[in-house]
Design a protein around this ligand. Sequence first.
Ligand SMILES: C[S@@+](CC[C@H](N)C(=O)[O-])C[C@H]1O[C@@H](n2cnc3c(N)ncnc32)[C@H](O)[C@@H]1O
Length: 356
Amino acid sequence: MLKLNKIYNGKCENLFKKIDSKSIDLIFLDPPYFLQLNKKLTRPNHSIVKGVEQDWDKFDSFSSYDSFTFNYLNECKRVLKDNGSLWIIGSYHNIFRIGTILQNLDFWILNDVIWSKSNPLPNFRATRLTNAHETLIWCSKSKKSKYKFNYHALKTANEDTQERSIWNFPICSGKERIKDKNNKTAHPTQKPLSLMKKIITQCSNSDDLILEPFAGTGSFCAAAKNLRRKYIGFEEDKNYVNLAKKRLSKIKTTNKINIEPLEKDLPKKKIPFGNLIHEGYLEPGDKLYNNKKTTKAIILADGSIKIDGNRGSIHKVAAIVNKTSSFNGWDYWHYKNKNKELESIDELRKKLRNRT
Ligand SMILES: C[S@@+](CC[C@H](N)C(=O)[O-])C[C@H]1O[C@@H](n2cnc3c(N)ncnc32)[C@H](O)[C@@H]1O
């Protein structure tokens, strides 16, 4: 396994082989777009627009781009933990091809997110709409993955409104934009730290291990270091690696106390219904009711409940009563508290959870 908290120079095809299977919590990919730019693009005043003209964005054909994409996504599948997730960013040039390959590899797409650019480049030729967004795909390793999603943190940051799938951020500019020794933009597609930090906050916790296989100037690794995650980056261009290393050496790591996750986002301890009986919150022989008190079940010492000859778990009996194949018993059943009022058994579970 490679040492952590470093950017490695080399092709990701080779470097992936040095990563242990199922070792990574979160992957962020900003791969070549395959823009297929042929002509120089000029502004109305004839100055040249700096696009992505580098060799790293060139491929012979869609099929060679697709097999490149398949190979690195296949490696992502291998190195991701079962409950890990992956983000990938692209434009209309490549994101649809990537989406197909992700699904063919049995990744499970959770959302596509539009990064709406508040300061996009205009369409200089006035032949099309201004291209003002990029698309991100967020997916878990498989349909069964229990991926991390710090829902409450996002909602709180959004002033208690559920976060949506359109995010507004400016493209990287000003002091954040890394310059080369001639004071020119060092990398044509440097991504904004604000966008990187939002993804990391949403999908990981401190000390999680993050992988950025197309690191460029190391934007995702920089956000990871700042937010106290561990990281590994790959980048084939030595110049970019040097820029990324220099950048990372200046990034400060936030104090642990200032990045504590919200209690509500932490995974809940599993409390089986039987524990409420073993811990004395309920007694064998006590009754459980639905919220209208029209259904009554009796609690047995082994943690099962019984109603009219049907015996089973709180979920199974709730499903029988409601004539469905499954039902969440924690939502359905109530007990009589000390004041003889009906209260959800989920309240007892919360009390027990807080105690243990
Ligand atoms: C779209 S850019 C990523 C920019 C980066 N997100 C940033 O903020 O600076 C893609 C990067 O992938 C690198 N790259 C292309 N093919 C690669 C490969 N096979 N292995 C490793 N890096 C590669 C390119 O040199 C380029 O820097």
